[in-house]
Design a binder for this molecule. Structure first.
Ligand code: SF4
Length: 119
């Protein structure tokens, strides 16, 4: 069977056609302009992952703290991870790159601050 997907690794957004076996095993990909697209296509058809961004309200700060996953997390766990981020308790000051949640929900990815907030 064939599956059409769009590479999200750069703004070019190559449209790719993935060939899968009847049991869903990845066989081949066409339409990618570079090897990153092939790697993405294979991962997307086997274990899809996403990098998440979010904001957290920090007591005493007039602006929210922007955070992201340090590495992609399984797509099927996005909702759980977003819930964990929404309940994180953070206090000032915060430094860009600071770990807010270590190994969030055992995914192997940390949630880190993407900006600094002072008192
Ligand atoms: S295949 Fe390469 S050029 Fe095409 S969108 Fe992906 S990263 Fe960009």
């Amino acid at each position: 069977m064939k599956r059409e997907i769009t590479c999200i690794n750069c703004p070019v957004g190559c449209r790719m056609t993935v060939e899968l076996s009847d049991d869903g095993t990845f066989l081949s990909v066409t339409g990618n302009t570079c090897p990153r697209g092939a790697k993405y296509a294979q991962q997307e058809c086997t274990v899809p992952t996403r990098t998440l961004t979010a904001v957290i309200q920090v007591p005493g700060s007039p602006v929210p703290l922007s955070v992201k996953t340090a590495s992609p997390v399984p797509k099927e766990r996005i909702f759980e991870v977003m819930q964990a981020i929404s309940t994180a308790e953070v206090s000032l000051p915060v430094r860009a790159g600071q770990v807010i949640l270590k190994d969030v929900l055992g995914t192997g990815s940390d949630i880190i601050a993407t900006r600094s907030l002072d008192t």
